[in-house]
Write a protein that binds this ligand. Structure first.
Ligand SMILES: Nc1nc2c(c(=O)[nH]1)N[C@H]1C(S)=C(S)[C@@H](COP(=O)(O)OP(=O)(O)OC[C@H]3O[C@@H](n4cnc5c(=O)[nH]c(N)nc54)[C@H](O)[C@@H]3O)O[C@H]1N2
Ligand SMILES: Nc1nc2c(c(=O)[nH]1)N[C@H]1C(S)=C(S)[C@@H](COP(=O)(O)OP(=O)(O)OC[C@H]3O[C@@H](n4cnc5c(=O)[nH]c(N)nc54)[C@H](O)[C@@H]3O)O[C@H]1N2
Ligand code: SF4
Ligand SMILES: [Mo]
Length: 868
């Protein structure tokens, strides 16, 4: 097996992978020890990439109106619909909605087609939902969208502040790097998050602030710095433009310790500890993510953080920087090509000289001269009929946009929708008139830029299957068919990369730090052999910023009054991610290993709030907002603040009739960035009473289930489907199970119905329904799907083996299949006191390490058993 060096498909950490493809699209995955982003480490998602590269569910041929079509026809059709629409209604009547999961080369040609040739800037990206507030904050403070930090700063820092980031789950390899720095040099760690996430397990201090009060917290910190003499006046004098009255505002009473603590709803003692840590450790990195960006105050929150770093001179020095960490594998590459509707290309905006410059470089006939519509406005314009043709690439807005029902209505009303995706059936592709089969990870070839500006190659491991084509090819073919034949002549990704590098260097006198001059004439072999490299060096090391006067800007930002909760919507909905699922589950959902960590979409709620609502752990609850409603399984959690609930973003119509978070958030956006405030929507939670609950394990999932609620996940060789409903359980089971040798038992008095189907002596499917609770353990039954010969009828109907089996509990370590109960038992029996000791005993946590914070939590729980 030849080793191919490539980059992980998922998050913005950008881990290097050594992949060894085998027969039949199998692949062995290892962390690349030579890649500077991960130095050989991978998290659970990267480790299990091999389980997601089969052709299951793939879109393999172009389709027009649900029928297979040739590429010629599909491309001709898309080109004609766009050309006709533009001819009739002008260039702003069409739009692209693209993604941080495209490669830089794909992204570059899509942006060029829209902004230089179609002549509109109506190309926005899912990065609008992700880090556009960080982009807007950087532009305001630095004059350019530069992330002035690298992972090396995490190694050099004495204090790391994680704000609105569940790093342990969402950027696990960065989290492990922080843990390593702590072990090596005692780096202090502060986590600022209204929830107690696993990221808090190792922190010196967790500030569970009232959501939406980050500006107050950062302003309070800055006011403290003024009082404590921590402000670097010399740095401010030389390198920062301070608006009139800025320091006077900092001296206001609202920023004293007590007022700040009250606004943020934390104790003054904790706040003082935070201040003291900050004052004592000039080498500070403040890493932030969606808890900051995804807010209607997102841009101000970003600037509140940057203000503190600028004022104290903690920027452009080793171990000192504000660090906006990116989510998607190529979110940063998208910013570089200018993929947002509000940027033009290569870190240039729509200033007339930039439009002229890019127009010259592209020899473009129809340059866009002004910013286009941001994602939420873009879909609104579709629903209002102003945009009549839409092309979606590598994103699933029917799930991931706020108020997703409205987005679905918009797509349904849009006269023409093309969707490029690698998966055949997604919630979004159901609205497509044309489906274009795109290459997936493992087939793609090009570059990505990670959170710390490292450009890495993604390399193909497998040949393109069936009629699948890379995104850059699809876009350029459409561009050529629209008449721009000579402007989109690319034979391979390196042709595009060279052009992108040349544009970044074109008439760039240093005003733009983004400059890939070194690669402007890179040869094809050099591109093929490219090793990861970082552009931009250490930005701002000389205190020179990308503004006209070369000074950074302090921005006066104020904490706004938070709205009172309404009686109709008494609680607040916070949304986010699970450790082992990626967004809308089109890929991680294929992996049984990754599906073991959380088997259902949960609504997490504080036990006292649940009590008041008469809701118990494990109940079903209806979660309702002004936008929509969905049903979740309840999980009581003391890590949740009172008045707040949390739901995961991952489940879609494809996996579930409930747990549909995307339907719930309101489409309110930040005024500067247009980023939606996904982290706070007024909400109501009610218990959902059902007649019965149950589950099904089966090799094949049934098409329909007559239940109020049904949600499915992948298990080895089949599916596990959880259900709840009102109808007649006996009828349900009859309809649910496939044909074959059926065994059943029912106890009408106790409301227990059980049924299993066998074929050739092996289990095909089994279903268990109860109206009094008390369902058998899923794990043993899931294992029966893989058994070479079925257990006895008695065992199958009982749902357990005649010989007692260990109940492992929910899986914590997916690499070694170690369950929660096994870990707790070992901790108790063998008196284990550290994560290392648990690893030595059970192997848990010793491979990818993603579960180490969870093991830490269990160790603490074992020590303080009262702590639920
Ligand atoms: N496992 C996994 N990893 C991923 C992804 C995935 O889907 N799955 N997606 C990737 C992508 S695209 C992204 S953008 C990143 C996102 O990575 P993160 O931003 O770390 O993830 P989230 O879970 O969206 O939210 C982070 C935290 O913000 C907190 N928060 C909510 N409101 C506030 C507030 O007012 N103030 C503060 N300080 N915090 C608040 C939430 O409680 C939550 O714990 O993850 C990337 N990595
Ligand atoms: N409520 C709530 N909503 C959120 C968030 C939140 O925290 N809360 N977070 C937001 C954020 S930060 C993000 S980044 C978005 C993510 O939301 P989406 O971008 O909608 O999520 P994905 O599931 O990653 O969708 C990617 C799609 O592209 C396909 N795909 C994968 N690779 C390729 C490729 O190479 N080419 C093509 N053509 N297709 C490909 C996948 O099959 C999938 O259908 O969600 C946002 N929505
Ligand atoms: S941290 Fe995990 S998901 Fe992110 S790039 Fe690395 S291996 Fe992939
Ligand atoms: Mo994201």
């Amino acid at each position: 097996m030849t080793a191919i060096r490539t980059t992980c498909a998922y998050c913005g950490v950008g881990c290097g992978i050594v992949a060894r493809p085998g027969e039949d699209r199998t692949v062995a995955i290892e962390g690349d020890t030579r890649h500077p982003a991960n130095r050989g480490k991978l998290c659970s998602k990267g480790t299990h990439l091999g389980e997601t590269v089969s052709l299951e569910g793939r879109l393999l041929h172009p389709e027009i109106n649900g029928k297979r079509a040739t590429w010629d026809r599909a491309i001709g059709h898309v080109a004609k619909r766009f050309t006709d629409t533009i001819a009739k209604h002008g260039p702003d009547s069409v739009a692209f909605y693209v993604s941080g999961q495209l490669l830089t080369e794909d992204y570059y040609v899509a942006n060029k087609l829209m902004k230089g040739f179609i002549g509109s800037a109506n190309i926005d990206t899912n990065s609008r939902l992700c880090m556009s507030s960080a982009v807007a904050g950087h532009l305001r403070a630095f004059g350019e969208d530069i992330v002035p930090a690298t992972y090396d700063d995490l190694d050099a820092a004495d204090l790391i502040i994680l704000v609105g980031s569940n790093t342990a789950w969402c950027h696990p390899v960065v989290y492990q790097r922080i843990m390593a720095a702590r072990a090596d040099r005692g780096t202090k760690l502060v986590v600022i998050d209204p929830r107690r996430t696993e990221t808090c397990e190792e922190a010196d201090l967790h500030l569970a602030i009232r959501p939406g009060t980050d500006v107050a917290l950062m302003n309070g910190l800055l006011a403290h710095c003024v009082r404590a003499g921590t402000v670097d006046k010399a740095y401010c004098g030389r390198h920062v433009q301070v608006p009139d009255g800025f320091w006077d505002a900092m001296a206001e009473g609202a920023h004293d310790l007590w007022s700040t603590a009250r606004t943020c709803d934390i104790t003054p003692a904790d706040l003082q500890r935070f201040y003291d840590l900050f004052t004592a450790n000039p080498r500070t990195v403040t890493l932030f993510s969606q808890g900051i960006n995804q807010s209607v105050r997102g841009t101000d929150q970003v600037n509140a953080i940057i203000n503190v770093h600028l004022a104290t001179g903690r920027i452009g020095k080793p171990g000192a920087a504000p660090f906006s960490i990116t989510g998607q594998p190529n979110a940063m590459g998208g910013r570089e090509v200018g993929g947002l509707a509000t940027t033009l290309a290569a870190h240039m905006d729509f200033a007339p000289e930039n439009v002229a410059r890019v127009g010259r470089f592209w020899a473009a006939p129809n340059m866009a001269t002004k910013p286009g519509l941001k994602a939420v406005d873009l879909f609104r314009n579709i629903s209002e009929g102003r945009i009549k043709a839409l092309w979606i690439m590598a994103t699933n807005p029917a799930v991931s946009m706020p108020d997703a029902n409205a987005v679905r209505d918009a797509m349904a009303a849009c006269p023409f929708v093309a969707v490029s995706d690698c998966i055949a059936d997604t919630d979004t592709s159901r609205y497509a008139h044309v489906k274009l089969p795109a290459a997936a990870w493992g087939e793609k070839d090009g570059t990505v830029t990670n959170s710390d500006r490292i450009i890495s190659r993604q390399r193909a491991l497998f040949p393109l299957p069936a009629e699948v084509k890379p995104d850059w090819w699809i876009v350029t073919q459409v561009a050529r068919a629209m008449g721009w034949r000579d402007h989109f002549v690319y034979e391979r990704p390196s042709d595009i990369y060279r052009e992108h590098a040349r544009l970044s260097a074109y008439q760039n006198d240093g005003a733009r730090l983004f400059n890939l001059r070194a690669n402007a004439s890179i040869s094809n072999p050099a591109y093929d052999g490219m090793t990861p490299w970082r552009w931009g060096g250490t930005p701002f090391v000389d205190g020179q910023y990308s503004t006209p006067d070369r000074k950074a800007r302090l921005l006066p930002v104020r904490q706004i009054e938070l709205p009172q909760s309404l009686s109709q919507w008494p609680m607040t909905l916070n949304t986010g991610r699970y450790r082992d699922q990626w967004h809308t589950m089109t890929r991680t959902g294929l992996s049984p290993k990754l599906s073991a960590h959380r088997q259902e979409p949960l609504v997490e709620i504080h036990p006292r709030d649940a009590e008041a609502l008469d809701i118990d752990d494990g109940d079903l609850a209806r979660v309702t907002t002004a936008q929509g409603e969905s049903v979740f399984r309840v999980s009581l959690s003391e890590g949740q603040r009172r008045g707040e609930v949390f739901t995961p973003i991952h489940w879609t119509d494809r996996q579930s009739t409930g747990g549909r978070t995307g339907l719930l958030p309101r489409p309110n956006v930040d005024p500067h960035s247009g980023q939606p405030g996904f982290k706070s929507t007024p909400v109501r939670v009610e218990k959902l009473s059902v007649k019965w609950t149950g589950f099904l394990v089966a090799h094949e999932a049934p098409e329909t289930i007559d239940a109020i609620w049904a949600t499915r996940i992948r298990v080895p060789q089949g599916w596990l489907i959880e259900m709840a409903g009102e109808g007649d359980p006996a009828r349900l089971l009859a309809a649910l199970l496939p044909k074959g040798d059926r065994i059943e038992s029912s106890d009408v008095a106790r409301g227990q119905y059980r049924s299993a189907v066998l074929s050739n002596g092996t289990l095909v499917a089994a279903a268990y329904v109860s109206s009094t609770g008390g369902l058998p353990n899923r794990e043993w039954l899931v294992a029966q799907l893989q058994a070479a010969s079925a257990a006895s009828a008695m065992e199958l109907l009982a749902g357990r083996s005649a010989t007692p089996q260990e109940d492992r509990g929910p899986i914590v370590c997916v690499c070694f299949d170690v369950g929660l109960k096994t870990i707790l038992a070992a901790i108790g029996e063998k008196q284990l006191a550290t994560v290392e000791a648990v690893g030595a005993c059970l192997s848990a946590g010793t491979n990818c390490g993603s579960c180490r914070p969870a093991i830490q939590r269990l160790l603490k729980d074992a020590k303080e058993p009262v702590h639920a």
